[in-house]
Design a protein around this ligand. Structure first.
Ligand code: SF4
Ligand code: SF4
Length: 470
């Protein structure tokens, strides 16, 4: 294969695209992408942004849509409240999520970064459009950056960075609302900033950090800091579907020598490079800096349309499909991984949906044996714990379903406020002639407002059957 242009150069391997030879930051001025994929990304990004800014303020079943109360260890997700007792669910969800991300990346590459990662969503769809609006297109931005400060430049800088700071401030306040809830947020903001110096310092620090990331640090998060980006090297292989340049079709690129002769479909217009938010040339092959945002696909497709060539010179494809000149196929491996992904999602969804409103734990009191309870009965002492995971008070009861017997609850009735844990001792009393083994199985019903909601099992200790018959 004959290749041309900087495809044979390897300087892009020496350092990230945003570092110059002297190690200094190269500031990027990417063009705003235009095209089908960008339009879809914009819809997704704005849906995510609107959701992010509204979620702690919208109520569902009397609670915020999302409420992450770390101090009281109470978490609300879409009307479902989770307490420390649900920690196992959280651990399972996190493990499943990690497996999901790894498998997803192996199959579909880093598409998460370019489409739904908060860094990209905030930067490309909130901060960058403001920059286009105030500083103009990339050429005008560059000119402004290089020119000596004058009144216009100072005014534009104050306006742009003022808006950036405002967005950062409201973003941090929204984060606080996620953790405190809106009611508490109102309380702690009362008399603020004069009366709550600590809070003021915290808000200033986090607002500053947020502003720093989006006003200055920008794509460095993806290219230098993000550990997920660094892991790409071990997760991708030749079958991974990612944003790729079809060098078979594009090379040799059109240049001054072959302008009138034979050349591939790439006309070396650099439109794909101009829109890249991480400043790379996708024609150099897959690179760690590529966040799979697809801006270069849109840019190249519009060039192909103009020169009347088929679209897809840059497209979603695997390295293997390009080298073999075939269309990307959903082979057995991709299908198998996708099935595992689907199964994982199903398991997580199932675990969350079957989680009961009330969690009951009944264990026999440690170190106790059976007791005589009158002339004809035995009793066992138990510790009962009931967690109300609903958003309202519930009247709970427990009854012995099998065998026949009696539950004697010690203490108050089981009216449990939302999110509260009720702890009681109780006796289970069985007739002696029903205790036929040293360890009998018990089935107990949990009733919420008179309705059976759960069945739990326990055991009843008695004398061994021989002693019992004597
Ligand atoms: S190479 Fe293309 S897909 Fe990758 S970051 Fe740049 S524009 Fe986005
Ligand atoms: S946009 Fe397409 S034609 Fe233009 S340089 Fe990039 S790959 Fe080549």
């Amino acid at each position: 294969m004959e290749i041309s242009g900087n495809y044979q150069e390897t300087t892009f391997r020496d350092r990230p695209s945003t570092f110059g030879k002297d190690g200094k930051r190269v500031w990027l001025f990417p063009k705003m992408p235009k095209g089908k994929l960008y339009n879809i990304r914009r819809i997704i990004a704005w849906s995510l942004l609107i959701f992010f800014y509204l979620a702690p303020f919208l109520k569902f079943r009397g609670e915020p849509l999302i409420f992450l109360n770390f101090l009281e260890r109470k978490f609300v997700l879409f009307g479902n409240t989770f307490y420390p007792q649900d920690f196992h669910l959280l651990v399972l969800a996190v493990i499943a999520l990690i497996v999901f991300v790894v498998l997803f990346t192996v199959i579909y590459g880093r598409i998460f970064c370019g489409w739904v990662c908060p860094q990209t969503v905030f930067l490309e769809f909130l901060y960058r459009p403001i920059e286009y609006l105030i500083d103009g297109n990339p050429e005008q931005q560059k000119e402004l950056a290089e020119q000596e400060p004058d009144a216009i430049k100072v005014l534009k800088r104050i306006l742009k960075h003022g808006i950036y700071l405002l967005i950062s401030f409201f973003t941090i306040i929204t984060f606080i609302a996620y953790v405190t809830g809106t009611a508490k947020l109102g309380e702690i903001m009362d008399g603020w900033p004069g009366q709550r110096f600590g809070l003021l310092m915290g808000v200033i620090a986090f607002t500053g950090a947020h502003y720093f990331v989006f006003a200055w640090f920008r794509e460095q998060v993806c290219t230098v800091v993000c550990p997920y980006g660094r892991l790409q090297g071990v997760m991708l292989d030749v079958n991974t579907i990612l944003v790729a340049y079809d060098y078979k079709r594009g090379e040799p690129r059109r240049n001054a020598e072959n302008r009138r002769g034979e050349h591939g479909d790439c006309i070396n217009c650099y439109s794909c490079v101009a829109v890249c938010p991480t400043g790379i040339d996708i024609r150099n092959g897959t690179q760690l800096e590529c966040i799979n945002c697809t801006a270069c696909i849109d840019a190249c497709n519009s060039v192909m349309k103009r020169i009347r060539k088929p679209s897809g010179l840059i497209r979603f494809a695997s390295e293997k499909s390009i080298s073999e000149g075939k269309k990307v196929k959903f082979n057995a491996r991709v299908i198998a991984y996708s099935v595992v992904l689907f199964a994982l999602l199903t398991v997580i969804t199932y675990l969350f949906t079957v989680r009961g409103d009330v969690e009951t734990t009944l264990i026999r009191s440690q170190g106790t044996m059976f007791q005589e309870y009158g002339p004809d009965h035995y009793s066992n002492l138990y510790n009962l714990q009931m967690v109300n995971k609903t958003n309202s008070e519930v009247r709970l009861e427990i009854k012995l379903l099998a065998p026949e017997g009696q539950i004697i609850l010690m203490g108050d009735s089981l009216n449990v406020a939302k999110g509260e844990v009720a702890k009681r001792n109780l006796l289970i009393v069985l007739e002696k002639n029903l205790v036929l083994a040293s360890n009998s199985h018990l089935e107990i019903g949990v009733f919420e407002n008179g309705k059976l909601i759960d069945k739990i099992s326990s055991s009843f200790v008695g004398p061994n059957s021989l002693d019992n018959k004597q």
